[in-house]
Ligand binder design. Structure first.
Ligand code: THU
Length: 160
């Protein structure tokens, strides 16, 4: 018997102004994208913005549905749009932010498990890490250097 120990280090920024300039702009795009969320059921507005290797920024917001599971998270709206518009361009960075129509969101909002799996597919396809920055409406901004840090032991095409 042996044990596998997986260590992960995240970076925590306390202010938007501490972010690298390109990431600050990306987070601004994600903040703007929150306003396009369609979230009449959860009243939770998520914005995501993706920076591609060619400099393009692709945004997404959560889109809900009366048949609840039919709705889609902001991150997947954005990453599928990036894949559809620029299938061969690498993804560098994703910025995520959320607000609520009922309370102030002060904790960083990480991508859900399904979004991690979706992002993981793109990271393994491009063999280049995807940085992920996530925040609430205010407060700390967390950075993961790679999707694999958020989803260790992920299932991917090499398991098929
Ligand atoms: N949501 C996202 O957009 N991204 C996540 O990673 C977590 C959850 C959305 C889905 C739903 O519209 C609302 O937030 C509440 O779960």
């Amino acid at each position: 018997m042996k044990k596998l120990n997986i260590n992960t280090t995240f970076t925590i920024y306390q202010q938007l102004s501490e972010l690298p300039l390109a990431v600050f702009s990306l987070m601004e795009a994600a903040i703007k994208a929150r306003n396009t969320a369609y979230s009449p059921y959860s009243k939770f507005n998520v914005g995501a913005a993706i920076l591609l290797e060619n400099g393009a920024i692709i945004i997404g917001s959560n889109q809900e549905n009366a048949a609840y599971p039919t709705g889609l998270c902001a991150e997947r709206v954005a990453i599928f749009q990036a894949g559809a518009l620029y299938p061969n361009i690498a993804i560098k960075t994703i910025a995520i932010t959320a607000t609520s129509q009922t309370h102030k969101v002060t904790k960083p909002i990480p991508p859900c498990g399904s979004c991690r799996q979706a992002i993981s597919e793109y990271e393994s396809k491009q063999t280049q890490n995807i940085e992920i920055y996530f925040m609430g409406e205010e407060g700390d901004i967390m950075k993961s250097n790679s999707l694999s840090d958020l989803l260790p032991l992920s299932f991917d095409k090499k398991h098929l």
